[in-house]
Design a protein. Sequence first.
Length: 258
Amino acid sequence: MRECPIEIRGVFFDLYGTLLVYGDMPSAWAAWLSALRDWLREQGRAVDTVDLAHRCDGFFSRPEPTVNPDGLTVYENRIRELCSEVGLNPPKAELGTAASLTAGAWQQYVHLDPEASSVLSALGELVPLALISNFDHPPHVRRVLEETGIAVLFQSTVISADVGVKKPDPRIFSPALTQPGLKPADVLYVGDAPEDVRGAAAAGMVPVKIQRHDDREPTPGTDFGHARNPMDWTGVESTLTVNRLGELLELLESRGHE
């Protein structure tokens, strides 16, 4: 960890891989696939597990479905597109059920970092905090934040599917940067992925990479059938790095917040 080059006036966070720690992700995605398969069967469409896995390869990295005015989340629209592929046209409420069941099955293998609550509470006594997350189903994120007890610790929570842009697009940070007295150059953004670093830098903030994994090993992917590869970091400029959330307190203390 290098000394922070700025006077810190705010700390913003990514969620998955940063405050929430990935566990056994092959099992997580197997649970996700099983929940989706069971839901499809309940809708009257039995789909072979291998065939369904093939159909879902790259499920979340595909282009987002065309926005429509029916109030579905991006994730629900992705499920509806899959249903269309297998000849189903479920009602809106059932799509919400599918989204909740599958996201919940996956979430069982993703847990709050043991330091997260205490570090966020301590930081929040010093500077404003915000959460900026790429996620296709905002209701799931809000539920997780409430269940883990950290929702109340953020002055602002921005979810990509709510605002229509994803990191590394710097526009996703704009709602949180409207907090009084905050300038991008005085804010740290803590994340675990290349899009976090690129997006924060493009927004004028100071990126902080949290690196819990050996860079020689692929890190858990956020998409069915995929894992991040160290090569994804190619071209990403050097940035501040911490190995655990508690090191962020040391950064603030080094800049006069004692």
